[in-house]
Design a binder for this molecule. Structure first.
Ligand code: GLC
Length: 574
């Protein structure tokens, strides 16, 4: 189905809270207290994919200077923290998730002193900084791996990784048939200095990302030290990449057909908990509540919650909810399971609509199958962006009203669709190449943000800058920050308004959650007293329940009724 950009800009009804409103926690701007030990429990965290946020030096790649120049934008959006995808020295074989030096900034992104300045400046605006630490693997250019290659078989240097002789008399049999998260094999054979074939090494992702051996004390010590390095520089939290993969079964068995929990050779092994207890001890040794958030993809929510026990991680991303289709019963089941699993460990839930790895919500929600699965990504899957945008608006209000912390991926607040027409020669993502071109890869959600103007580049860099490292669709001229700032029907306006109200109504972050009966295809829940969220996933408009006033609606009401694929926040008596 075709769409016009005008139809993406649905005007919405909004009644602002007055300064004297009794629901206001604070009539002025609430700047997050740097002393609040629980800040992370209801924080709004904005994910910055640094290559694509803003380009300060004009080379076509985003950088720290670009972020520093846009801190005002983030303050106005109303976020409590920013999470940077890896900004370290790296060959960028996997967009920076192949780290060559955990204590140095990639020269395209800036210098360490700039990172330190950014952390300070953001905090002055009440915005905390979270960095991304990648502990499962390093870059093949990391000094440890280079030393391991040079030192040869049997050396202590190789013990920090997973080097193994191949099977069979010639050693040409692969040590295991574990399948990479990026498809294909997980072992690569090295070449000896004399040119003969050598040992194999393990990489769950690309060959440029050799896996570390977490049974080795050097590895444990090194990462605790990396945490200290960044905590010393004032970061308030760490996002842990591939957090459930670090530990492997040393016997290297093949993956059983139906592995019992904890029995998979590379996923969710029990020894991980001890590692994270160590990390928590490091985090807790700093003032100001430094938080740990894990990237944990696990189907078993009980196992998932174990990582969130009080002496382990503070939070983990809720990918179950993110991957669900646009369907009332499905979303409700995920919300229920999430809240039930988090309650016993006392951890907050997180709500995530997307990130730098998955299809943008406005594209996904416009598809016939609106669930998300890496394995299902294909070129040319039709979408209705008008419908997708309507649903993404509703989903933004739904997630902002649920209890816990909220993660927003850069560009979702602009309603950017997935860029699906990146020319083949410009695609960079190894997921695409390792699937032999079947999987379109993740570049489509990593395209540089459009800030202003109508000409290509859209203000991503300064005047006269090189074109952005990935091309922006021309249609994004209508989705620039500049355009949306002056348009009350824009996605940006909706996000700002939602976060402003969320800050001002304590019930939205502190109030008890309770479902309210609302009929088929409709989800409705209250938070504390006086706040009700209603989301219509049915195919017909619905009457609003009794209420005092409308705080915010994702779509214009029609004769007082809430249209399909819409969400409204109501102020109520009870
Ligand atoms: C995580 C990151 C992803 C990266 C992978 C390997 O899933 O989010 O972008 O490619 O880990 O580090």
């Amino acid at each position: 189905m075709s769409f016009t950009l005008d139809s993406l800009r649905t005007p919405f009804a909004s009644a602002s809270l007055s300064e004297t409103d009794p629901l206001n926690k604070d009539a002025g701007i609430v700047s997050p207290s740097t002393n609040d030990p629980d800040w992370w429990r209801s924080a709004v965290v904005y994910q910055i994919y640094i290559r694509s946020f803003a380009d300060g030096d004009g080379d076509g790649t985003g950088d720290i200077a670009g972020v520093r120049s846009r801190l005002g934008y983030l303050r106005d959006l109303g976020v409590d923290a920013i999470w940077f995808t890896p900004w370290y020295a790296s060959p960028l074989a996997d967009g920076g998730y192949d780290v060559a030096d955990y204590r140095a900034i990639h020269p395209s992104f800036g210098e360490l002193a700039e990172a330190e300045a950014l952390i300070r400046e953001a905090l002055e605006l009440g915005i905390r900084t979270i960095i991304d630490v990648v502990p499962n693997h390093v870059s093949d250019q990391h000094p440890w791996f280079q030393a391991a290659l040079a030192a040869g078989p049997g050396s202590p240097e190789r013990e920090r990784f997973w080097f193994r002789d191949g099977r069979g008399p010639d050693g040409d049999g692969i040590p295991t048939h574990w399948v990479s998260d990026f498809q294909g094999e997980t072992w690569t054979r090295t070449t000896n200095p004399d040119g003969t074939p050598g040992q194999w090494y393990l990489h769950l992702f690309t060959p440029e990302q050799p896996d570390l051996n977490w049974n080795h004390p050097d590895v444990r010590r090194e990462f605790e030290d990396v945490l200290r390095f960044w905590f010393d520089r004032g970061v308030a939290g760490v996002r842990i990449d591939s957090a459930a993969l670090l530990v492997k079964d040393e016997n290297l068995p093949e993956v059983p057909k139906n592995p019992q929990p904890g029995q998979h050779p590379t996923v969710d092994r029990d020894e991980l908990h001890d590692i994270y207890r160590g990390w928590r001890t490091v985090a807790d040794s700093y003032p100001g509540a430094r938080s740990l958030v894990g990237e944990i993809w696990l189907p078993d929510i009980e196992r998932f919650a174990k990582y969130l026990r009080p002496d382990e991680l503070h939070m983990a991303f809720n990918f179950d909810f993110m991957a669900r289709p646009w369907d009332a019963a499905n979303l409700r089941a995920s919300i229920d399971a999430t809240l039930a699993a988090h309650a016993p460990v006392g951890a907050p839930s997180t709500w995530v609509l997307s990130n730098h790895d998955v299809t943008r919500p406005v594209t996904r929600y416009g598809r016939e199958d609106s669930s998300f699965a890496f394995a299902a990504k294909r070129f040319g899957t039709p979408t209705d962006l008008e419908l997708g945008t309507k649903r993404a608006r509703a989903a933004a209000l739904l997630t902002a009203a649920l209890p816990g912390s909220l993660y927003i991926y850069q560009g979702d607040e602009l309603g950017l669709p997935e860029a699906e027409d990146i020319p083949a020669g410009l695609i960079q993502d190894p997921m695409h190449f390792r699937s032999q071109g079947v999987d379109p890869g993740r570049d489509g959600c990593r395209v540089p943000l459009p800030w202003r103007g109508t000409a290509a580049g859209f203000g991503f860099g300064p005047e006269g800058a090189a074109q952005p490292w990935l091309p922006q669709p021309e249609s994004w001229a209508r989705l620039t920050v500049e355009e949306q700032e002056s348009d009350q029907g824009s996605m940006l306006w909706l996000y700002r308004e939602a976060l402003r109200i969320r800050r001002r109504i304590p019930a939205m972050t502190e109030g008890d959650f309770a479902w309210v009966d609302a009929g088929d295809g409709v989800l409705s829940f209250s938070r504390g007293t006086g706040f009700l969220c209603v989301i219509n996933l049915s195919s017909a408009p619905i009457e609003l329940p009794e209420h005092d006033s409308i705080l915010l609606s994702s779509t214009q009401l029609v004769s007082g009724r809430l249209p399909p694929d819409s969400c409204v926040w109501l102020r109520t008596q009870h």
